[in-house]
Design a protein around this ligand. Structure first.
Ligand code: SF4
Ligand code: FE
Length: 489
């Protein structure tokens, strides 16, 4: 079985038996709890799309291990075309769900660990790569979801991992035997963690020799003893608990993050992909960052498509669509959104082959793409709110329509143009509210700043990757400056 159906995936979540807490309560099934169901459904959409006949070329790929058709969310990219298709696939998913659909973090992590284990083996004579290929084969063959567990809690950020007062602020090895290792720590903001069958754990930063115990990478099933998931809250998430739930805006989907605690968790040898090779941790983080920063020029652009469509629809029902300033705002939104996509596609187009044979995106362009993502969705949201008007946040509940006493007032006064159904206008406003202020804003806005690294991380990479010395030489040549080593500056 290389492709799982959506239904099978949803039932697999129930069987997972992992420990998930929401608002202080251990829950039984993430696909049924009203708060966590929409994120589970967003993840499930990655299965549904791969089942569709006309979507096969985008959502499936041929495994380089088995030769079988696999979900592209489990595929190791082996060409520029693969890199491009991933970006296009993520945009499609963003359009379908208008949220973070979570599965790409694990995908990008798998592509990273695939390349890094190859490099580790070449440098250290280890056998991590074959172990990882075996794990990957398991993921592809069973069409499983993996979560990328990278970000540590970090404690005092002015101190390195081994200098922390509480050593567990970065996940680390606390014991070792011939069978495996024991690890302790916690990972924060883990996208889709509760909807994942397997967790891939990797370091969060470059490490020094004294941080050797923190240089661990491995994979374990989500129900491993000692692993606990504590679900992250989101603005307006309890609207999902309301009867009917019509004010949620996005009726079907949502993103989710969780804190994942590893309380003395045993990892068997065959699932360890790095153990003490601290010098490779920085490269691992940079490679993952490049992959995932490019991904944002796919997923967030798809959400942007939905928001732009919603804003255009609101303008129509309110009678402002022909106003020149509204047309101008919509043009600006499209321009910003497509600029994000262009950056991601360019990073894929300039992709390169790693020593492992897998392809990676151009890191400079991927970082430029992500730095734009930290800004443009905010401007797109501002323009959408501008077009929508203040009713976006002062509007009564959709439930008020059902009250015999006041429903007629809602119909009469909130219809906008005379041929408009007030409910339709309210629904589209609620969707804009969701994406720019509610649960969806976690995916579209705050995650756009901090997901895959905060803006400063991109600035550092851009500065490091750009060849400023070459740029200076171009300038010198054109204006007749001929610098020798002993020339005055
Ligand atoms: Fe995928 Fe985007 Fe969510 Fe990252 S933020 S997991 S790229 S949908
Ligand atoms: Fe993310």
């Amino acid at each position: 079985m290389a492709l799982m159906t959506r239904e099978k995936y949803i039932s697999s979540l129930k069987e997972l038996g992992h420990h998930v807490f929401i608002q202080g309560e251990l829950i039984q099934n993430v696909a049924e709890h009203p708060i966590s169901r929409p994120p589970a459904m967003a993840m499930a959409e990655t299965y549904f799309q791969a089942e569709q006949e006309d979507r096969q070329s985008l959502f499936t790929a041929r495994s380089h291990i088995s030769g079988e058709t696999v979900n592209r969310f489990t595929h190791i990219q082996h060409s520029v075309e693969d890199l491009v298709k991933k970006i296009l696939m993520l945009r499609e998913m963003g359009r379908k769900t208008a949220c973070c659909f979570q599965r790409c973090a694990g995908l990008d992590c798998m592509n990273t660990v695939y390349a890094i284990t190859y490099d580790l083996d070449r440098t250290h004579g280890t056998d991590y790569h074959q172990r990882f290929v075996d794990f990957l084969n398991h993921i592809q063959t069973n069409d499983l979801v993996t979560a990328a567990c990278m970000t540590d809690t970090k404690g005092d950020r002015s101190l390195s991992p081994s200098k922390q007062a509480d050593k567990d602020q970065y996940l680390h090895m606390v014991d070792e035997s011939k069978d495996g290792i024991v690890v302790r720590g916690a990972k924060l903001h883990i996208t889709g963690a509760v909807n994942s069958h397997e967790l891939i754990v990797v370091p969060t930063r470059a490490l020094q020799e004294e941080d050797r115990d923190y240089a661990v990478a491995f994979a374990i099933p989500a129900d491993t003893e000692g692993v606990t998931f504590i679900y992250g809250r989101q603005p307006s998430d309890t609207r999902r608990l309301e009867e009917g739930g019509s004010d949620v805006g996005n009726l079907y989907y949502g993103g989710c993050e969780a804190m994942v605690v590893f309380d003395d968790v045993f990892v068997p040898q065959e699932r360890i992909f790095m153990k003490g090779e601290y010098a490779m941790a920085g490269r691992l983080v940079e490679l993952f960052a490049a992959h995932h920063r490019a991904s944002y020029g796919g997923c967030k652009v798809g959400v942007g498509d939905v928001l732009i469509g919603a804003a255009a629809a609101v303008a129509e029902v309110q009678g402002t669509s022909n106003a020149s300033h509204v047309k101008d705002k919509l043009a600006e939104m499209i321009h910003l959104n497509e600029t994000l996509h262009a950056g991601a596609l360019a990073s894929a187009g300039k992709g390169y082959q790693t020593a492992s044979g897998a392809y990676a995106v151009d890191p400079l362009l991927a970082n430029v793409c992500k730095l734009n993502v930290t800004r443009f969705p905010f401007e797109i949201s501002r323009l959408a709110q501008d077009i929508a008007g203040g009713l976006l946040v002062t509007m009564p509940s959709l439930d008020d329509k059902d009250n015999p006493q006041i429903g007629k007032y809602i119909d009469k006064y909130l219809a906008g143009k005379s041929d408009v159904d007030s409910e339709n206008r309210m629904r589209i406003l609620r969707l804009i509210e969701n994406i720019t202020l509610g649960t969806g804003a976690v995916s579209y806005l705050t995650e756009s700043i901090h997901g895959a690294g905060s803006p400063q991380a991109q600035k550092i990479m851009i500065t490091r990757l750009a060849d400023l010395e070459a740029a200076k030489r171009y300038a010198f040549k054109l204006c007749g400056i001929n610098l020798r080593d002993d020339s005055p500056k």
